[in-house]
Design a protein around this ligand. Structure first.
Ligand code: UD1
Length: 445
């Protein structure tokens, strides 16, 4: 059981670079299945995170040759030999579902279970399945597995009821090898969709329209290899900016595409953060934090749901009131109870959270999902005393050594590998008692 011990009160200062986007890398790794040439796909700027290793294992289970070295992935796929993804691997990550489209397109058959992933509320896959059926797949359930089969996918028109990121990606990857033309209406417009389009086209596909709500795909007979560099991770970039802001520090996040963060920059500015936006960097220069009237998460180009919890951490210490509406996922407020352990003043009704800014105190808290975990680390940076964040395996799924990255900016975060039983009981700080360094067993500090 790994945990982070965060010592609050250190101001962050300096420059930090961001690696490739997890949410681009995962579909692009799946798209590598479509390569039927003898040469390998080479992916650059790949973060060393848990989800990458898990996806690598999934691809290997299908017979692909995958190796990772120094932020580079080599994927050879002419030997694709298996169309079943083991249930144990499927439940490890949500994005395993987007394997369906490319495997079906290449082998005409695929067998998966319902996917796992972060616990951020119900995450149905109806749009994925309806779209694949529209492309000519027959889909049924068999002993807990979802099986899809086709004698050949055919281009068609698909109207998504919601611009789901995963469904758009899955259907793009199926349609590139379908016969004829496919049009996907109400497609997701996230930068990661544009990245996937660029990657598929580099393999020889004919996709256009990514970044708008209509995608047009002309099917081709086969796709080949390419070398490709993944776009920088806008969610990690936003997390670092908020980390700088929550400590009243000065942090420059480098090597990013600032326009991907327009909605985030606007909301942080509304919260009083002074930001400087350059061609490839964004800097936090300080500012006095104040509450925001309403922060509503939305599909891109709106404020990303993945930064809702880190932004909530920031607003718990901003003067005055704030309102946050989570409109993308039904139950993405699990971090609220944890932030309340740190004396945050938050009440939730349905999809709305109301906050009253104040100061935070260190506590023992649990990362309930990836971004919630990042939010708790941010809260710990500004809290009085020590914060212990448990279940950091969730954080490691999507951030490459968040502890070391923030420590390079001046944070004091220690990764402890102690067993859970040795970590102080979370109840000990419920009744207003703050954890101080000497409350923690010596091996933790
Ligand atoms: C992706 C991201 C995730 C991000 C999310 C929204 C990856 C690996 N993950 O997740 O980090 O938080 O986009 O930006 O890229 N829905 C349905 N039926 C479906 C599919 C989705 O009702 O078949 C609903 C979901 O329940 C949710 C909403 O659509 O309420 C958005 O989900 P979606 O865009 O599909 O998110 P993911 O692709 O799972």
């Amino acid at each position: 059981m790994n945990c982070f011990i965060v010592e609050g009160g250190h101001t962050l200062k300096g420059k930090i670079e961001v690696r490739g986007a997890k949410n681009s890398m995962l579909p692009i790794m799946a798209a590598a299945i479509l390569n039927s040439s003898k040469q390998e796909i080479v992916l650059e700027n790949i973060p060393d995170i848990g989800d990458m290793h898990m996806k690598k294992t999934i691809l290997q289970s299908l017979g692909l040759q995958v190796s990772y070295n120094d932020h580079m992935l080599n994927i050879g796929s002419p030997e694709l030999s298996c169309f079943t993804i083991p249930a144990a691997l499927m439940k490890e990550m949500r994005s395993s579902i987007i394997i369906m489209g490319p495997v079906l397109a290449r082998l005409g058959r695929v067998k998966v279970t319902y996917p796992g992933g972060c616990s951020i509320g119900p995450r149905p896959i109806d749009l994925h399945l309806k779209g694949l059926e529209a492309l000519g797949a027959r889909i049924w359930e068999e002993k807990g597995y979802i099986v899809a089969s086709t004698s050949g996918l055919r281009g068609t028109e698909i109207h998504l009821d919601y611009p789901s990121v995963g469904a758009t990606e899955n259907l793009m990857m199926a349609a590139v090898l379908a016969s004829g033309n496919t049009v996907i209406y109400n497609a997701a417009r996230e930068p990661e969709i544009v990245d996937l389009q660029n990657f598929l086209n580099a393999m020889g596909a004919k996709v256009r329209g990514a970044g708008t709500e209509t995608l047009r795909i002309r099917g081709v007979d086969a796709l080949g290899c390419c070398r490709y560099r993944i776009i920088p991770d806008r969610i990690v970039a936003g997390t670092y900016l908020m980390a700088g802001a929550i400590t009243g520090g000065q942090v420059t996040v480098e090597g990013i595409i600032p326009s991907h963060l327009d909605a985030v920059v606007a909301k942080m500015q509304e919260a009083g953060v002074i930001l400087k936006v350059d061609e490839e960097n964004i800097s936090v220069l300080g500012g006095r934090l104040r509450g925001v009237e309403t922060l509503r998460t939305l599909p891109y180009p709106g404020f990303p749901t993945d930064l809702q919890s880190p932004m909530m951490a920031l607003l718990t210490v901003a003067a005055g009131r704030s309102k946050i509406v989570e409109s993308v996922f039904e139950a993405r407020f699990k971090h609220v109870e944890e932030l309340k352990r740190m004396h945050a003043r938050i009440s939730v009704e349905g999809r709305t959270a109301l906050l009253e800014g104040g100061s935070l105190r260190g506590a023992v808290v649990t990362a309930t999902d990836l971004r919630a975990g990042a939010a708790l680390v941010l809260a710990g940076l500004t809290a009085e005393g020590m914060t212990v964040v448990k279940e950091i395996k969730h954080i490691d799924r999507g951030y490459e050594r968040l502890d070391l990255a923030l420590n390079r900016l001046g944070a004091k975060i220690k990764r402890s590998m102690e067993e859970e039983s040795k970590i102080p009981d979370r109840q000990q700080n419920v009744n207003g008692k703050m954890i101080k360094t000497n409350d923690l067993p010596s091996y933790l500090v």
